[in-house]
Design a protein around this ligand. Structure first.
Ligand code: MIC
Ligand code: SF4
Length: 639
């Protein structure tokens, strides 16, 4: 039987298991990346494993999230990351050098290689034909130590593209179209391969926008073939030797095929507060706009910002609009500066922000009260912008620039044509902000610098035969990691200080949660479907664990979050009958018995008052052992 691109890469990296869809496989990881907001925890975990030097082909530590330095915390963390990276053989991308996914695509990604990153948008690398996964920090630490990465062998979806995008219709609109079709949970348990004749019309930066937003579908990852476009991009980055061609076999088997005609697409927009709340831009054309933000790992490439510069050139933004531009990397910023396109952007009235995540993660530039903010980002979850009643819409750079000029949501296809050259023959190569690790000889005496903000790692508890607990929270469908463990400028600096961070857990849903949960010895959370969608932040598991949560029972889970729960020693269970969700309420007392036998059989029984509710426990034997040991760190130490 023929193979998909992902199956070929998995087969070439297989350590354990078979390619049978639905079974657990372990794969060898060639490259890892971390960013600072999840990286401090990942390196603390790596250090605790006692392995002197990373065993991957390449590992890079980026600083792009916590770049505001409002006190010592972030600056100390940057210093910790720089020194811990140097000591253990990891390359370090300095703050200001750019957003991890953009820089990794430009300088390090290679077709056919495996990559895991402690950030959910790591699949951006799929634009280059990499098999790239977002993962929790602990999984990345294990991979840096040479350990395999475990996934459930996904289903395979194919998106078959025909036609060609019209002027001012973009890769972002393709991402929004697939979100409209599949929804934020439509990709769960699947790898999405992009193919068909339309693929040849998309450059690597455009492909990367699409694979980036596969994260919003809940997909395990997304991937494009490696072809002429891939070669041209790598050559322009001075890395043509990294090119290998990759395609799926003619008779590869897909669980679902979706066709999209690129020529038929129109500009689209995702409305508050979910990336799949998609309508045509045209339908919102009288909506007044307060703020426009252009950037993020989805849309901050040179091509994107060149189009923005061309649209803004010689014009001034509407007086009621505040416009920010965050270039994805130093390469993008320097090239815009040298070509004069940066001047066109600035002359329009835009505010230039750092080459970093910035407003995407609530690190500044929050909108005004109830403000309408148009963003070229990938997530518009409630409260993520830092303004709780902010109305965040997701759009392409073209729609963003057109709307910044008019002050109203504007379909860019009404603009007169502009000219720009999207893919240069040669990118400007300046890797001076990427620091090499010290040599193995120097590493022994090299000191890792730690600040006082780094607090002890919380200890999880092994499971015994029975669990008597209490429901500390009941929530609905599509709860995001931004609900569970919010980010933003005020909280992000405390990512290595779990006790402090815990005060904000579930704050968006219930500000009394942290205080209440702490008082209960064994807390249980009840969730709806797609619980834990969004980020890879393991803090959304570690913090509830610190607050005494032992078990989350939901209708279904998002992939990375469920792995993080298991790693943190929290038991994830799903309702055998989703209607039983209605039978449980906050504060109910619950007893689960015969835990180890139930884990093995895949079904546990929960007693709640006089009701007995069956729960599905879908765990591999490795995951059962992890939970019985009290989390992955304990399990690794025991092994
Ligand atoms: C995000 O976009 O939500 C983040 C911030 O990049 C997260 C990582 C984090 O929480 O640090 C992600 O996507 O994994
Ligand atoms: Fe950064 Fe936003 Fe991308 Fe997350 S989604 S990595 S916060 S730019």
């Amino acid at each position: 039987m023929g193979k998909t691109i992902a199956e070929k890469i998995i087969e070439a990296h297989l350590v354990e298991g078979t390619l049978v869809r639905g079974s657990e496989v372990a794969i060898r990881i060639d490259q890892t990346l971390t960013q600072d907001a999840t990286g401090t925890m990942a390196y603390l975990e790596f250090e605790s494993m006692g392995i002197p030097r990373v065993k991957t082909e390449l590992s890079v530590a980026y600083v792009d999230h916590n770049t505001l330095q409002c006190g010592f915390e972030n600056a100390d963390d940057h210093r910790y990351l720089q020194t811990v990276a140097a000591k253990h053989g990891v390359w370090f991308s300095r703050p200001g050098n750019g957003i991890c996914h953009q820089v990794h695509l430009e300088r390090f990604g290679k077709p056919g290689k495996t990559l895991i990153g402690s950030d959910s948008h790591t699949p951006t690398g799929g634009g280059l034909g990499m098999l790239a996964f977002g993962a929790g920090g602990l999984d990345v630490a294990v991979a840096m130590g040479g350990g395999a990465y475990y996934i459930t062998m996904p289903k395979m979806f194919k998106v078959y593209l025909t036609g060609k995008l019209s002027a001012f219709v973009t890769a972002k609109d393709v991402s929004l179209e697939i979100l409209r079709i599949l929804s934020v949970k439509g990709g769960v348990g699947a790898i999405i391969e992009w193919g068909g004749p339309g693929v040849q019309t998309l450059s690597v930066p455009e492909r990367a926008t699409i694979t980036n937003m596969g994260a919003e579908l809940g997909a395990t990852t997304s991937i494009f073939p490696s072809d002429e476009q891939t070669y041209l991009f790598l050559k322009a980055q001075g890395r043509e030797e990294d090119y290998v061609p990759l395609s799926s076999d003619e008779d590869a088997q897909y669980d679902r095929i979706i066709e999209i005609d690129l020529s038929a697409l129109k500009p689209l927009i995702a409305c508050p507060h979910s990336p799949d709340n998609v309508v045509p831009v045209e339908s919102l054309k009288d909506t007044k706009v307060d703020q426009v933000c252009i950037g993020s790992c989805t849309n901050s490439s040179l091509a994107d910002l060149r189009k923005v510069a061309a649209i803004l050139k010689g014009k001034t933004i509407a007086p009621g609009v505040s416009l920010s531009i965050s270039p994805g990397s130093k390469q993008v910023l320097r090239m815009l500066a040298e070509s004069g396109e940066l001047t066109d952007i600035l002359a329009s009235g835009a505010r230039l922000l750092e080459c970093a995540c910035g407003p995407c993660i609530g690190m500044g530039f929050s909108p005004n009260s109830a403000g309408v903010s148009l963003r070229t980002f990938n997530r518009n979850f409630l409260g993520r912008s830092g303004t709780k009643d902010g109305q965040v819409y997701l759009v392409s750079p073209e729609t963003a620039a057109a709307s910044a000029l008019t002050g109203f949501i504007t379909d860019p296809t009404v603009l007169s044509p502009v000219s720009y050259s999207p893919l240069p023959e040669k990118y400007l190569i300046d890797d001076s902000a990427v620091l090499a690790p010290v040599s193995p000889e120097e590493a022994a005496d090299y000191t890792v610098l730690r600040g006082p903000n780094i607090k002890e790692f919380p200890q999880s508890r092994p499971f015994t035969e029975s669990l008597s607990g209490q429901v500390v929270l009941k929530v609905g469908d599509n709860i995001t990691t931004d609900h569970i463990m919010p980010a933003g400028a005020k909280i992000l600096p405390y990512r290595s200080n779990i006790p402090y961070l815990s005060k904000f857990c579930f704050e968006v849903c219930d500000s009394t949660f942290a205080e209440r949960a702490k008082k209960v010895e064994n807390g249980i959370i009840i969730g709806g479907s797609n619980y834990g969608q969004g980020s890879s932040r393991e803090h959304a598991a570690l913090v509830p664990m610190y607050l005494g949560v032992r078990c989350v029972i939901a209708k279904s889970f998002a992939r990375i979050h469920v792995a993080n729960l298991i790693n943190a020693g929290i038991l994830p269970l799903t309702f055998a009958d989703p209607n039983d969700y209605d039978a449980i309420n906050q504060d109910d007392a619950i007893v689960i018995e015969d835990i180890s036998a139930g884990m093995e059989n895949g079904i546990l029984k929960m007693k709640c008052g006089n009701k007995t509710i069956p729960l599905i426990c879908e765990l591999s034997s490795r995951q059962q052992k992890i939970l019985l040991s009290g989390g992955l760190l304990n399990y690794t130490k025991e092994a």
